[in-house]
Design a protein around this ligand. Structure first.
Ligand SMILES: [Ca+2]
Ligand SMILES: [Ca+2]
Length: 455
C-alpha cells in the first residue's frame, strides 16, 4: 500500500514537472528575497526605482526577534538589489530592541524612516525617526530621542497635496499626528481616530476590540480618496481597507484586500504605483523554514477598480511581471537577484554588498536579461580566499544552455578583489540569466559585480 502510494506520488510529481515545463514562463519569483527572512514591507518610488524597506526576522526565530532593518531596490519589480542594513536598533541610542514595521518617505532631498522600537528607559514601544540623504542610507537618528511614545507601533507616513504631513500608527488604537515640514517634529497632540465598526468593520468574539482594525496601517491618497490599508483581526490576520474623504476621516470600511493566506499569522501591506502599474507588497511564510516569525516579503501587481476600490488580491509564487528588461552591458551588482539558491550577501570592502557563501551547485537567477544581437565576453569582480572555482553562464535554467564559463582564481582573501573576463557565445535576445557556480568543496569565491560586453 505504502509502496503503491509512493509510486502514485511519483507519477503525480512527474506529471506536475511535465506541466511546469509545458506552461513555461510561470516560474517562482515570490518571495522577493531568499537570502534572509524579511517582513513588514514598505515600498517607496524614487527616481525610477522602487526602494523596499523591510524588517529582518532572524533565522530560527520563535518571536519577533528583529535587530535591524534592510533596504532593497529594483527598476523592474523582479530583479532586486540588496543594499544591506543601513539602520538598526543600535542606530537609536535610546532603544533596546524590536526593529519592527516602519515606513520611509522623501522630502526635500532627505529620506525619513519612521520605525517602532523599544524605548530602553520606559520599556515602552516608541516611534523613532532615521534620516539620510540617500534612500539606501546610512540612516542616523534624526532627533536622538523618540518622536512619539505611547506604547503603540507600526508608523505609516503620508504627505498631502497641500504639503501637510501626517504620521499614523497604532495597535490596539489608531493614532495620528500632524508632522511639521521638517518631518522630525509635530504640531498639536497625538489624536485617536475613532475605531467604529462603520469605519473599520466588525470583529466578532473580542469584546475589547470590536472592529477589524488590528495594526500595520498603510495610508495614502489616490484620485482625491484617502486609503487606510491595514492588518485586520488577529490571528491569523488578513488585509482590509477603509477609505475617507480627508486625511483624518471619517473612515468607511471597504472590505478585504488580501485574505488570510500564506503560513504567517501576521501580514503587512505596502502599496505603490510604479511605471503605470499598481503593486501590493505583503509578507508570508513561503520560504523553507518560514512561518509567523520567519517571514518573507512578496509582491503582486493589481489594478484598481474604476470606482477606486481595491480588488481582492491573492498570494502567488509567480509574483509581479517584469517591467522592461535588464541591461547586461552596464555594471550590474552580483547582489541583484530575481531568485537564488545557496548564496548569501555581505558588505563588500569596495562598497555596497557582495554575494558570498558560494558552493558548488549554488545559483543566482537574473530575470529578463536583454542580450540583443549577442554578447561577446563577460567580466566579473571576484575574490576568493580558497582556490576559486567557475561561474557558468546559462540561459533560462540552472542547467540551461551554457554560453560561457569564467574561471575564478584564488586571490588570497574573501575581500581581495580582482576582475576576470571570459568569452561568451550564443547569448542573444532576451533570456533569464543563471549564474551557476561550480568547483570543489567548501566556499569557492565571492562576486561583487558583473557586466557583459558586446551586444
Ligand atoms: Ca552556499
Ligand atoms: Ca556589489
Amino acid at each position: 500500500m505504502a509502496s503503491a502510494l509512493r509510486r502514485a506520488g511519483l507519477v503525480i510529481v512527474a506529471l506536475l514537472c511535465t506541466a511546469t515545463v509545458i506552461t513555461g514562463p510561470a516560474r517562482a519569483d515570490n518571495p522577493i528575497v531568499q537570502t534572509i527572512y524579511t517582513a513588514d514591507p514598505a515600498p517607496l518610488v524614487h527616481n525610477g526605482r522602487v526602494y523596499l524597506y523591510t524588517g529582518h526576522d532572524e533565522d530560527g526565530s520563535t518571536y519577533f526577534t528583529m535587530k535591524e532593518w534592510r533596504v532593497w531596490s529594483s527598476a523592474d519589480m523582479v530583479n532586486w538589489t540588496d543594499h544591506g542594513s543601513p539602520m538598526s536598533v543600535s542606530t537609536f541610542a535610546w532603544a533596546s530592541a524590536d526593529a519592527w514595521a516602519g515606513q520611509t518617505i522623501e522630502r526635500n532631498g532627505k529620506f525619513y524612516w519612521y520605525v517602532p522600537v523599544k524605548d530602553r528607559a520606559s520599556g515602552q514601544m516608541a516611534i523613532g525617526v532615521g534620516v539620510s540623504t540617500s534612500p539606501t542610507g546610512p540612516f542616523t537618528d534624526a532627533i536622538g530621542r523618540p518622536l512619539v511614545r505611547n506604547g503603540e507601533i507600526d508608523p505609516t507616513v503620508f504627505i498631502d497635496d497641500n504639503g501637510q504631513a501626517y504620521l499614523y500608527w497604532g495597535n490596539p488604537n489608531l493614532w495620528y499626528v500632524r508632522l511639521n515640514a521638517d518631518m522630525i517634529s509635530y504640531s498639536g497632540s497625538p489624536t485617536q481616530i475613532p475605531l467604529t465598526t462603520a469605519g473599520f468593520g466588525t470583529r466578532t468574539g473580542n469584546a475589547s476590540r470590536p472592529t477589524l482594525y488590528e495594526e500595520g496601517p498603510w495610508i495614502f491618497k489616490r484620485n482625491g480618496l484617502y486609503y487606510n490599508v491595514f492588518a485586520a483581526r488577529c490571528c491569523s490576520e488578513f488585509i482590509a481597507y477603509s477609505t475617507a474623504p480627508g486625511p483624518t476621516g471619517p473612515w468607511t470600511y471597504r472590505g478585504t484586500v488580501m485574505p488570510t493566506q500564506g503560513g504567517s499569522f501576521t501580514n503587512h501591506a505596502g502599496i505603490v504605483d510604479f511605471n503605470g502599474g499598481s503593486y501590493f507588497f505583503y509578507h508570508n511564510g513561503a520560504l523553507p523554514g518560514g512561518g509567523g516569525y520567519t517571514r518573507s516579503v512578496a509582491v503582486e501587481k493589481f489594478t484598481y477598480n474604476a470606482d477606486g476600490t481595491i480588488p481582492t488580491i491573492t498570494m502567488t509564487t509567480a509574483g509581479a511581471p517584469q517591467v522592461g528588461t535588464l541591461n547586461p552591458y552596464v555594471r550590474q551588482e552580483a547582489e541583484t537577484i530575481a531568485w537564488e539558491s545557496g548564496v548569501e550577501t555581505e558588505r563588500a570592502s569596495e562598497g555596497g554588498m557582495n554575494v558570498g557563501w558560494i558552493e558548488n551547485g549554488d545559483y543566482i537567477k537574473v530575470k529578463g536579461v536583454a542580450f540583443g544581437s549577442g554578447a561577446t565576453s563577460f567580466t566579473a569582480r571576484v575574490a576568493s580566499a580558497s582556490s576559486g572555482g567557475r561561474i557558468e553562464l546559462r540561459l533560462d535554467g540552472a542547467n540551461g544552455q551554457l554560453v560561457g564559463t569564467c574561471t575564478v582564481p584564488g586571490t588570497g582573501g574573501w575581500q581581495t578583489w580582482t576582475t576576470v573576463t571570459c568569452p561568451v557565445s550564443g547569448a542573444t535576445g532576451t533570456h533569464d540569466l543563471y549564474f551557476r557556480y561550480a568547483g570543489g568543496s567548501g566556499y569557492l569565491f565571492n562576486v561583487n559585480w558583473w557586466q557583459f560586453n558586446g551586444g
